[in-house]
Design a protein around this ligand. Structure first.
Ligand code: MLT
Length: 341
């Protein structure tokens, strides 16, 4: 904004002009500085972190663990919001449509990379509708049964399934959830087809296992380690190629004959596409600070879950990895002819 002076002002008139101009000039400055000012102030209210599965399950455990230190780093509360259904795709679509202002974030696992191949009709594109904050943590899985399931170990389980496969149920968190993918891999390697029972997350699926309503569940250590240690579920093996420090006496499925059986669940944090770069930078820095929190580090180590390296906990680190995972899973899922819709 400019002020044109077309008269020679006296000292008095100049003073009057200045008095009149100052509020206008200030206003102009504020208007010009508006967006930068808004960004500098981010966040000025609570931030929502959307989790695509039920409360109490493994993704929810990770989200709630990091929400507090991330909120501390941002100077605002980070509220965890569970938006369940369709293997995580309902929440992803919701976040893709949210305002790109940094106040709606999304924590999802590798389901973000399998959904484009599993779902023929997907209302979001993981590579076009999101901005990327960073990878977060890699979590192993465990193959479990209800406590009173007849088989005592993995070889007894295989023998039991051969004879009783029609009676055995396998829970999961819906088509495209990692419990679903792990269950598919298990059934194909063992050569059985079990009745699958979907839930809105492995939180409720675990409740069904604890209550004896279902027989088997493949689930992440972020939920299963305390239950295994307390003897509340029966464990047949871990899905990593090496044994886990948290469960040193539990053999891997690979060492028990399922050669090459390996599932490790990576997680990433996203924002809707179009989130301003300074806001993304602030969120990325807050995530990296949160993952250095001693409580978070200790708890994740106790669950044999690996916090990713700082270079992966970046926008570029997540984007590049997501692209490679979509390229990896697409042909595998298409070849297997598995579709969720
Ligand atoms: C959950 O949080 O319920 C799980 O991550 C679901 C799954 O993918 O198995």
């Amino acid at each position: 904004m400019t002020f044109k002076l077309n008269f020679k002002p006296s000292v008095a008139s100049a003073k009057a002009l200045l008095r009149a101009a100052t509020p206008l000039a200030l206003l102009a400055l504020l208007v010009q500085a508006g967006p930068a000012h808004a960004q500098a102030a981010f966040p000025d209210h609570a931030v929502s972190l959307v989790v695509p599965f039920a409360a109490g399950g493994p993704t929810d455990v990770v989200a709630r663990m990091i929400a507090i230190p991330m909120g501390r780093a941002l100077g605002q509360t980070v509220l965890v919001e569970n938006a369940v259904g369709a293997g995580g795709t309902i929440a992803a679509a919701k976040v893709a449509r949210a305002a790109p202002n940094g106040y709606t974030l999304f924590l999802h696992h590798m389901g973000m990379s399998t959904a484009p191949a599993l779902y023929k009709k997907l209302s979001f594109d993981p590579l076009k509708d999101f901005d990327y904050i960073g990878q977060v943590v890699d979590v192993p899985m465990t193959l479990l049964a209800r406590k009173d399931f007849p088989a005592a170990n993995f070889s007894e389980l295989q023998a039991y399934l051969k004879v009783n496969k029609d009676k055995v149920s396998l829970a999961n968190a819906g088509l495209g959830a990692v419990s679903h993918l792990c269950g598919l891999l298990f059934m194909s390697q063992v050569g059985v087809d079990l009745t699958t029972v979907p839930y809105s997350g492995t939180g409720p699926a675990m409740n069904a296992l604890l209550g004896g309503q279902v027989d088997l569940l493949c689930d992440q250590t972020t939920q299963t380690v305390p239950l295994i240690k307390d003897g509340r579920v029966k464990v047949f093996g871990v899905t990593t190629l090496n044994r886990l420090s948290a469960l040193p006496n539990v053999p891997t499925l690979d060492e028990q004959g399922l050669k090459g059986f390996e599932v490790k669940v990576w997680h990433g944090m996203y924002a809707p596409k179009g989130t301003p770069a300074p806001v993304l930078d602030k969120l990325g820095a807050a995530l990296r600070t949160a993952m250095q929190d001693p409580m978070v580090k200790t708890r994740l180590a106790d669950l044999s879950s690996d916090i990713v390296s700082p270079d992966k906990m970046t926008s570029a680190g997540l984007k590049t990895f997501l692209e490679s995972e979509i390229a990896k899973w697409g042909p595998v899922i298409k070849k297997a002819g598995i579709y969720a819709d």
